[in-house]
Design a protein around this ligand. Structure first.
Ligand SMILES: *Cc1c(COP(=O)(O)O)cnc(C)c1O
Length: 380
């Protein structure tokens, strides 16, 4: 019998998802918005343990788009964005006719380097005569960024911050949930994230006014009038009541999933600790409580005797899905003309890094198979 494929990060259903989806069907609420959306927003809001207002949307990308829009980003503006990220952090800047300015990572958390951030701000002001309109930083792979240092630079220059917490639901810094630090923050519930709605996202807003405005833009910017009247350009970005039903069920599992992904990370670390040339993305101190959405390793070829491409291919032969780390935005053809401030950290991470299977439903046997393939690399 052919063994089953081991995937990087499959969705895991808890059991109550279908109940809420069924509720949507039973009440004929198969539409954008509805009771599941309201409840999902409430649950998220209480999970974050902060006075925040959540608006569920069709994707995390939509959340970043509406965040930038409400910060007044428009044609000709510049927005600073972490280079080491998934393209969804940067694309919405272009939707508004603005240009991303990319900033490299520091080696501790692999996220935005606060010193390079300040260097970039100063240089943009001197080159363009104006401040960047916003800063987008990311908690990549669920590892909290150097939040306080980043926020301090942002405050010094009075530039609003968008926190891309798409990969970091369940992560916290110094006891405070990721997604509650920035002026605005995005979450993603795409299929491979720590919880899923099949596809979806949310914008975390500081006030009810901003949440209401977000809902306004997400539903075609409809004015208050008995007929359909529009004074501004809007979008069709709200979450469906069916998807939100999945989200409600998933929220009951979130703590279990975070626990599970942390356990997977700890297991890999323990079993691979004697493998020369392999190192892990590791929290710089106990304050950084990562959800370990994906476990990431770096392979130093000189010490290990193989590189990430060799390992990825060996995994493929064993029907195990692994993935290189995100290719930095400043190396992407689509952004080749954009400004970049860096020191080679994310380039090196991309060259040497690999994400290991980390899904919440992986068994010990699955993990042992992955570990065996890594160990076999040393015998070649
Ligand atoms: C997944 C993700 C997003 C948004 O993704 P959607 O697929 O649009 O929900 C944004 N930023 C990062 C870093 C992500 O990983």
């Amino acid at each position: 019998m052919k063994k089953k494929k081991i995937y990087l990060s499959l969705a895991t259903m808890g059991g109550d998802e279908l109940k809420y989806v069924q509720e949507a069907f039973d009440t004929d609420w198969v539409a954008p918005l509805g009771p599941n959306v309201d409840k999902f927003e409430e649950t998220l809001s209480s999970y974050l343990e902060k006075e925040k207002h959540i608006v569920c949307l069709s994707s995390g990308t939509a959340a970043i788009h509406l965040a930038l829009l409400q910060l007044g980003v428009s044609y000709g503006d510049e927005v600073i964005c972490q280079s080491f990220t998934f393209v969804a952090s940067a694309n919405p800047i272009k939707y508004l006719g603005a240009e991303p300015v990319f900033v490299d990572s520091e080696p501790d958390t692999w996220n935005m380097d606060p010193n390079l951030l300040e260097e970039a701000i100063k240089d943009r002001i001197s080159k363009t005569g104006k401040k960047p309109r916003a800063i987008i930083f990311v908690h990549l792979y669920g590892m909290p960024a150097k939040i306080h240092e980043i926020m301090a630079v942002a405050q010094k220059y009075d530039i609003p911050v968008i926190e891309d917490a798409a990969e970091a639901l369940g992560s916290s810094y110094d006891g405070q949930q990721c997604g509650t630090f920035g002026y605005l923050a995005s979450l993603s519930f795409n299929g491979n994230k720590i919880i899923t709605t099949s596809g979806g996202g949310a914008l975390i807003c500081p006030t009810k006014d901003i949440a209401d405005k977000t809902k306004f833009y997400a539903t075609q910017a409809r004015d208050k009038a008995p007929h359909y009247q529009h004074s501004e350009v809007g979008f069709n970005y709200r979450m469906s009541n069916v998807c939100a039903g999945i989200g409600r069920g998933q929220m009951k599992m979130l703590d279990t999933f975070v626990e599970r992904r942390r356990a997977i990370n700890a297991y890999y670390k323990d079993k691979l600790k004697d493998c020369p040339g392999i190192s892990f993305l590791t929290a710089p101190s106990e304050k950084y409580a990562a959800n370990h959405w994906l476990t990431c390793i770096q392979i130093d070829e000189a010490t290990a005797g193989f590189n990430r491409k060799d390992l990825l291919e060996a995994m493929e032969q064993h029907d195990i899905e692994t993935r290189p780390l995100w290719k930095p935005m400043h190396l992407q053809p689509v952004f080749s003309a954009n400004a970049y401030y860096g020191n080679g950290v994310s380039e090196s991470l991309f060259e040497k890094g690999l994400c290991l299977p980390s899904g919440s439903s992986l068994s010990h046997d699955d993990l042992n198979e992955v570990i065996a393939v890594i160990k076999s690399m040393y015998k070649k």
